[in-house]
Design a protein around this ligand. Structure first.
Ligand SMILES: NC(=O)c1ccc[n+]([C@@H]2O[C@H](COP(=O)([O-])OP(=O)(O)OC[C@H]3O[C@@H](n4cnc5c(N)ncnc54)[C@H](OP(=O)(O)O)[C@@H]3O)[C@@H](O)[C@H]2O)c1
Length: 286
């Protein structure tokens, strides 16, 4: 397969490039190479690259910034996906697009499935939901919701998500602030990238999949496991969502069920196992 990866220097994009390049001709487009918000540039780049598959890991990911810059969020997360879906249609290519747990309102008490009704609570979340809909304009689209990404593949810019902040603070001997009342299903970028490749190499039905590691935890539980695996003192500042003024609303309970992925033969490892492999990879870097 000839696979074009857009947003290729991001946390997830770099992992997808690394994974797909092991078995397929893979063309990486960083932000500087291709702005997905530019319809004509997307059409021209894909006409030149002639991919069988377009993987979209590009996104406007500044959740709080999106509240003040809604047009930028829409251009990156919605209209950019429309341009890629149209390019996929022009070539008869498959589109893989990543979305987020933030499309849900977080008021559930059991893991969300793909058939649960979204209820976006922020501009970022609404722009991502719109992107999911535009992705279905492609003749064949896999829409993979990921959540609380961690891990760093070669070629990725330094990670800036919450797991990276907790990890760096713990390693520096500090006490990170962690939510005690937000529940998540963390996602190791290496596992999400492998699942992406396996889906593409399978004849799994197109559509929406929750592509997260198995299980769920609060941010405090994740931080405790991280400290245990790093072998550092588990010192934290526990905080509640209501205590932290954030520009954009965060959903409180966002465990996602990955049963649908399992039903097509793709078993996602438990989040503790994934975190362990990540910590091991960091230790072997030193
Ligand atoms: N990180 C998480 O915890 C998380 C959680 C749920 C869902 N997701 C979703 O997972 C996907 C990957 O996220 P990530 O964490 O890997 O994001 P990331 O590290 O921020 O990477 C996104 C990449 O997209 C690029 N980009 C931004 N706007 C672009 C544009 N208009 N055209 C082309 N490239 C553009 C960015 O470049 P610049 O750095 O130059 O802007 C960056 O390289 C996204 O769809 C995101 O919504 C992420």
């Amino acid at each position: 397969m000839r696979i074009a990866v857009v947003g290729a220097r991001g946390q997830l994009g770099a992992a997808v490039v690394d994974e797909c390049a092991q078995a397929h001709e893979t063309i990486a487009f960083g932000h500087a190479d291709l702005d997905v918000a530019n319809d004509a540039a997307v059409a021209a780049a894909m006409a030149r690259a002639k991919p069988d598959v377009i993987v979209n890991a590009a996104a406007y990911t500044n959740v709080d910034g999106a509240e003040d810059h809604p047009v930028d969020a829409l251009n990156g997360n919605a209209f950019g996906v429309r341009a890629l879906a149209r390019a996929a249609e022009a070539r008869g290519a498959t589109l893989v697009h990543y979305s987020t747990d933030f499309v849900f309102d977080g008021r559930a008490s059991a893991p969300y499935t793909e058939s649960d009704r979204p209820g976006p609570q922020s501009v970022y979340a609404a722009s991502k939901l719109l992107g999911e809909w535009f992705a279905t304009d492609a003749p064949r689209a896999y829409i993979l919701r990921v959540e609380s990404l961690f891990g760093r593949a070669p070629g990725a810019a330094p990670a800036k998500g919450s797991v990276a902040v907790i990890l760096n603070t713990l390693r520096a001997g500090g006490s990170p602030k962690v939510f005690v009342d937000r529940t998540i299903s963390p996602t190791y970028v290496i596992d999400a990238a492998r699942a992406t490749r396996r889906l593409l190499e399978s004849d799994a039905p197109a559509g929406l999949y929750h592509c997260v590691n198995s299980g769920h935890c609060t941010w405090l539980e994740l931080a405790e496991e991280l400290a245990r695996q790093l072998g550092v003192e588990p010192r934290f500042v526990p905080v509640r969502v209501a205590d932290v003024p954030l520009r954009a609303t965060r959903p409180r309970y966002c465990a996602l069920s990955n049963e649908r992925l399992r039903s097509v033969g793709i078993e996602m490892p438990e989040w503790q196992d994934a975190l362990g492999r990540y910590v091991q990879s960091l230790k072997s870097e030193v």
